[in-house]
Design a protein around this ligand. Structure first.
Ligand SMILES: Cc1cc2nc3c(=O)[nH]c(=O)nc-3n(C[C@H](O)[C@H](O)[C@H](O)COP(=O)(O)O)c2cc1C
Length: 201
């Protein structure tokens, strides 16, 4: 398959058939992630591969508590909060494996002013997105399904502490990984509206 067709074939799959993913295969995905472009030859990422029930539950619970507090602060009804938090917990614990992508300042430049400091962190964040795409494309190539889950970016400290990670590892992206549930139907993907998304000069 040519590359554009392959890229098009990767879809977010949120349901998996039971069965573990071999740890060596998960390591290959992380290695592919680490080949992403990054600012000034840094590798400001750390990856946590979580395939134990204990790890998945700890992460789901830690982030769930934080989300519950946020939703309560938003004034959402208690029953709705229970529903949302439970559904997120189920999604995370039902996935055969989770890969948590963290950012660290290790290898990044420091600036005395806030604006450049923020730009440096922004570059690291962009590179993390490239790393996650590498990981998901490599998963697709291996016949695996994956889905990026945003949750940790809203509660990096809660995700870090739930897994007892080092203080300077800040979780920013979570990827569910497993063999696809054959019954899962990917959501509709509208055609790319090139004339809206692109201009020529
Ligand atoms: C930064 C980011 C955060 C996302 N967060 C979630 C999420 O929390 N839950 C979810 O089901 N999908 C999540 N997705 C997946 C998107 O919904 C999905 O990529 C998009 O709908 C396009 O579908 P496709 O990946 O099948 O092309 C996320 C994607 C990105 C890039």
């Amino acid at each position: 398959m040519n590359l554009p067709a392959f890229i098009e074939r990767r879809r977010s799959i949120r349901s998996f058939r039971p069965g573990a993913v071999d740890r060596q295969l998960l390591d290959r995905l992380v290695e592919a992630a680490c080949l992403a472009p990054a600012p000034h030859h840094s590798r400001p990422w750390r990856f946590v591969v979580i395939d134990s029930d204990r790890g998945k539950t700890a992460l789901a619970q830690g982030m769930g508590e934080r989300w519950r507090a946020d939703l309560t602060g938003d004034g959402i009804a208690a029953a709705r909060i229970d529903e949302l938090v439970q559904s997120s917990h189920t999604m995370l614990t039902a996935a055969p494996a989770l890969v948590l992508a963290c950012l660290t300042w290790d290898g990044l430049d420091r600036y005395p002013d806030e604006a450049r400091q923020r730009a440096e962190w922004g570059m690291a964040l962009l590179s993390l997105g490239a790393a996650v795409e590498n990981l998901m494309l490599s998963a697709a190539d291996a016949g695996l399904a994956s889905c990026w889950v945003a949750a940790p970016i809203f509660c990096p400290e809660a995700a870090r502490d739930a897994l007892a990670l080092p203080d300077d590892w800040l979780p920013h992206a979570l990827v569910l990984v497993g063999y696809p549930d054959p019954a899962y139907v990917a959501r509709e993907r509208p055609p790319v509206p090139l004339d809206t998304l692109r201009v020529n000069r």
